[in-house]
Design a protein around this ligand. Structure first.
Ligand code: 5GP
Ligand code: ZN
Length: 113
């Protein structure tokens, strides 16, 4: 999608630090990390938010969670991690392309606030 920041990152039009890539998924280091390890994992296909997941595209969410397990193993996150999706304005979503944050290497509090 034109004018989508994460579509541009997927296409390489905006530089990012790649953490993982396959045919469906791209993961990169967050520019403003909220934990010592902070990956942003996106489907290569543009989906606006979790609110737009449906029977046709939900396999991409499964692909993202397959990537989570691979990224965790490759980066020795055996002590644990958190996967977060922010959806919509009150959910804290600032980029309108579905993405999951993978946060690790610090003690993550619950509830998150
Ligand atoms: P959201 O707030 O929508 O859940 O998450 C968007 C995330 O994208 C934020 O954590 C923000 O730091 C990250 N981000 C925004 N712009 C860029 C960018 O240009 N490059 C990278 N690597 N991350 C970005
Ligand atoms: Zn997009």
């Amino acid at each position: 999608m034109e004018d989508c920041l994460f579509c541009k990152i997927v296409k390489g039009e905006i530089n990012s630090t790649k953490i993982y890539e396959d045919d469906f998924v791209y993961a990169f280091a967050d520019i403003a990390p909220q934990a010592p390890f902070h990956a942003v994992i996106v489907p290569k296909e543009h989906i606006k938010s979790a609110d737009e997941i449906n029977a046709e595209n939900s396999f991409l969410v499964a692909k993202i969670f397959e990537a989570v397990a691979i990224i965790a193993k490759e980066n020795n996150l055996e002590k644990g991690y958190r996967v977060v999706n922010n959806c919509g304005e009150e959910g804290g979503q600032t980029v309108g392309h579905l993405h999951f944050h993978l946060l690790a290497r610090r003690n993550l509090q619950w509830p998150p606030g």
